[in-house]
Structures are given as C-alpha cells and as structure tokens.
Ligand binder design. Sequence first.
Ligand code: 5AD
Length: 350
Amino acid sequence: MNIAQMRETSFDALGHTDVMSLLTAAGGAQEELFRWAREVRGEEALDEVLLRGVIEISNICQKSCDYCAMRATNRELARYALEADQILDTAHAIKLAGIGVVMLQGGQHPRHEELLEAVIPTIRHELGMRVLLCMGERQPEIYQKYHHLGADSYIVKFETSDAALYEAMTRSPYERRLSNVRWARAAGLKIGTGNMVGLPDQSAGSLVQDIHLAMKLRPDFISSAPFIPNPNTPFEGRAPGSVDMTLNTLAVYRIALRRPLIPSVSALETLKPGGQLLGLLAGANVITINFTPHRSQSLYRIYSDRRFVVSLEHALRTIERAGLRPRSLKSTIDRQGPKQQAPVRARVPQ
Ligand code: 5AD
C-alpha cells in the first residue's frame, strides 16, 4: 500500500510490510509521513509544545548496559550525585524560567532513594511543579512511594522489543523491564516508555515490533532516540543509529498512538544539527531543556561526550522554526509561589 491508501485504513489493519515501508520512508514518502503525523497531532489539539526541565541528579548506576557510559563497570567515569539543596535550587531555576515540569533523571541505584524522598515533596508541594522521574527499574512498592511523595509520572523505556537483544545488552531480564512499566502505572503514575534505533544487532523487523509493543503498552509518553556510541563501552566504535529512521519512528508513534506526549530528543540534535526541529516536524510535541549544574553536565554521558545540551534559547528557537508555539507556561505550573508571579527568563507568547 502507498501512504494515501494507508491513511484510508485503520492503523491496526496495516501489515508488517506496510509499517516497515513507513519506517524506511525517504524523500517524498517521508514528507508525506511527517505531514500525516502532524495532521494527527493537530487533530488531537497537541500542537503546542510542552517544555520540561531535566536535572540529571546522579550518574551512579548499578547496571552495566553495553550502550551506556554510566555503566557500573566503567571506571573511567568520575561519579557524582547532586545534593538535595542543589536539586531544589535548580528546580527553582526551572520554575523561574516559567517551566512547570521537572524531570529528575539518574542512574539506577538504591542509594538515590533518600535523595528522592527529600526533594520530590518539596518540588511538588512547595514549588507547585509536576515531577517526572527516570531513575531505572524499581520495586512495585517504590513506585507507590513515589506517587505518594507527589511524583506525577515515570519513564522506563523498553529500549527494544527484541528480548534476546535486550538481555544480551543489559544482562537483565526483559520481562522484568516490561513489568516495571506496568508497576509504575499500577501505582498511579503516568508512564513513559520508548525505544532506541540502530542498536548493534537490532533487526529492522524488531523495529516494526517496537511499534506494536508501544501500542500494547498504551503509554502517556513515548520516545525514540538514535543509538549513540559511547566511549568506554563495549559499543564504542559501532555505527550510530539512523536519524531518519528515528524520525520515521516518531511519526509512526504519533499516527499509531495519537495522544501521547512525544519528545524530540537531544540525541537527534547531537547526530544532526537541526535534528530536533525535524523531530517536531515529524509529530513530536515536547522538548526537554537541560538544567543540570554545569560541573555535572559533562559527567552525565548517556549520549556520549559530544552530547548536545539543550538550552531554553535553543528550544524556543526550534519551536519557532517549526511554526509552533510553546504551551502557555502558566498552564504547566499548578501554583505560583508567593514571589514568582511571572516567568523571568523565558519570553514566550502566551
Ligand atoms: N544512545 C542513545 N540512547 C541512550 N540511552 C542510554 N544510552 C544511550 C545511547 N548510547 C537512553 C536509553 C535510556 C535513556 C535514559 O537513555 O533509552 O533508557
């Protein structure tokens, strides 16, 4: 089927070959795919781009994933964990920039529990911001605790639908990974998940399965990121993932799932200047701005040492170039603090 015919069909009815042709679309077909995804985004009234502020709170991790420089066995990387005060000051700076969602991201390690217990309630209840966590796999009762503390949502990516590849890369059970998505949801958290594109030994067929898995998981957020080879990892020296295939995946997620928030990730920009703009043109509607204190930023290396660090200015410029607007900043902050009535750094059309 060509894209015009696919548009007349329900997405569930598309076969493996059809989805594959969407994921590999190039030239005019890719433009048509992106236009379809943008139309779906418009139909769902999701054309305003949501800004989130990320604080990378620690690069200490107990896992040893082959793609990630934060892997426990990487002795070349100096480790850090922020103090509660630093996190709260940074969350405050995010609020002053007019952004109402704080994403706390870090390696998977039980030692982070105390820190999270100290900061989540303050960010939620004193600063009145939404808290999104991406801290690796946890036990079901820990997700319940996070929800109770005031967290709103949790991201745990399935990374790939190829269970054997996942287990070989991470030396951890795939079923447990998927259970984590369900546990976080059962605890009352909104859930985010997603895949990487272009992992070593990842088959094209499994990328089609990634779409079907995402449809089954029905996430509130979904992302796709190109694999980026990291120094001091077993995958150092392997080829990076294809930006085009990642963009096509984003577009297909938008068409198949329709409603979720979809970020245009910084890894797109790392591999290709203007990559995040293309993500918005392919149907994404979120940009995450990096607020990690500068000293720690370079030590946070999931996207290699040449990662692109997204600033507020870059995000606003990218949104404008895409012909879109940032979501009204006031609507993402639940309660204004006593002194900060208006955003001070962002000059954003309301
Ligand atoms: N390239 C691309 N994405 C990566 N991630 C981790 N390492 C890499 C890499 N080398 C992504 C994974 C993880 C998220 C926090 O970052 O999808 O879940």
